[in-house]
Write a protein that binds this ligand. Structure first.
Ligand code: PLP
Length: 402
């Protein structure tokens, strides 16, 4: 008999710690055991056959499911307010498994103009070569979706906030239009996390995560998560994940992601508070041309940010008055802030999208997608905020001498 409590009516932080696991079912072990096993023994041939046929519960091979990974999947489904979760080897594993499961040649995929570089490359240089029409639309204006959606459209896909420009998309408005046309909606929720925005509660059908970022939270893993309906997640598990990509999450990675998620709510609150302070400080600095952060009143979509986000997250972008050369020198002068891609870690990280995360785009594509050569992306970590400001201040001061 399972001792597991139903926790869905409990608070976010409680579910982030307890959902899907009851210690008394595992000899009292407070932390879920890591089931490092590839395969599972059957009592009989009949039991094995029934599991394969989906007629009996139970695991049979860890490329399909695993007890440790399953706890994380339940936990994430609960936090996102969806029916089921599916863990993958990386964020790109989640995106590719979803797309290979849903799309067929001749289908149209509508995406927002601004996407993470590798997502863009997969859609426009991968899927497009397999007969899928991929169409960029400025989804920050929902009327533009209404104008182009057609009976060929199968899915609408976007990030909010988008990597790296921080552009937002109105999840409710886009989902309403898409659903009126019988089209599903997938949202990459990597930047906001469910602690800040829950797309499924606003009408989206799928949530995609690079769990490498805030969910893991400690820069020590690469992982992905999908959340959606039971039926859709089963389809992705048995096709896109099992047969087409094989991009499954290791049980040990699931253990690390669960450890990260336990502190997600407090980390997001702290990183959002520090980021707001940093954004306000940068905005006033004479060497900074513009700061893109949803929590600033000067942000063009500030009202949407307030409506759709509980808080504003730890990531921002900005450009310097001196352009690209000034940005390079400034980044090289930093001593505490680490020059590295990725985001959502305890360490504050800075990177240059045009030459790093978005270098897979051509210069024309970058210009089209608003990724200027001058743009710098900053992921504010958990260090003492005064130390982050001090490092930024000294690096900007040093520009004088350059
Ligand atoms: N989505 C977004 C918004 C990202 O920033 C990233 C990675 O930077 C990905 C997806 C891909 O995730 P991963 O690196 O875990 O494959």
């Amino acid at each position: 008999m399972s001792h597991r409590r139903e926790t869905q009516d409990q608070g976010f932080a409680t579910r982030a710690i307890h959902e899907g696991y009851e210690p008394l079912d595992e000899q009292g072990a407070l932390t879920p055991p890591v089931h490092l096993t590839s395969t599972f023994a059957f009592e009989s041939v009949e039991q094995g056959a029934a599991r394969f046929a989906g007629e009996a519960p139970g695991h049979f091979y860890s490329r399909i499911s695993n007890p440790t990974v399953e706890i994380l999947e339940k936990r994430m489904a609960s936090l996102e307010g969806g029916e089921a979760g599916l863990a993958t080897a990386s964020g790109m594993g989640a995106i590719t498994a979803l797309m290979w499961s849903l799309l067929r040649p001749g289908d149209e995929l509508i995406t927002d103009n601004t996407l993470y570089g590798c997502t863009h490359a997969f859609f426009y240089h991968g899927l497009a070569e397999f007969g899928i029409h991929v169409r960029p639309v400025d989804l920050s204006d929902p009327a533009k979706l209404e104008a182009v959606i057609s009976d060929k459209t199968r899915l609408v896909y976007f990030e909010t906030p988008a990597n790296p420009t921080m552009r937002l998309v109105d999840i409710e408005a886009i989902s309403e239009i898409a659903h009126r046309h019988g089209v599903q909606v997938a949202v990459d929720n990597t930047y906001a996390t469910p602690a800040i925005t829950r797309p499924i509660e606003r009408g989206a059908d799928f949530v995609v995560h690079s769990a490498t970022k805030f969910l893991g939270g400690h820069g020590d893993l690469v992982a992905g998560i999908l959340v959606g309906s039971e039926a859709d997640m089963l389809k992705v598990r048995l096709t896109g994940l099992k047969d087409f990509t094989g991009a499954v999450m290791s049980p040990f990675t699931a253990f690390l992601v669960m450890r990260g998620i336990k502190t997600l709510e407090i980390r997001m609150a702290r990183q959002s508070a520090s980021a707001l302070e940093v954004a306000r400080w940068l905005e006033k600095h004479p060497k900074i041309k513009r700061v893109y952060y949803p929590g600033l009143e000067s942000f063009s979509q500030y009202q949407l940010a307030r409506r759709q986000m509980n808080d504003f997250g730890g990531v921002m972008a900005f450009d310097l008055t001196g352009g690209l050369e000034a940005a390079r020198q400034f980044m090289n002068h930093l001593t505490l802030i680490c020059r590295a891609v990725s985001l959502g870690d305890a360490e504050t990280l800075i990177q240059h999208p045009a030459s790093m995360t978005h270098s897979v785009l051509t210069p024309e594509e970058r210009a089209e997608h608003g990724v200027s050569d001058d743009l710098v992306r900053l992921s504010v970590g958990l260090e003492t905020v005064d130390d982050i400001l001090d490092d930024l201040s000294k690096a900007l001061d040093n520009l004088k001498e350059a």
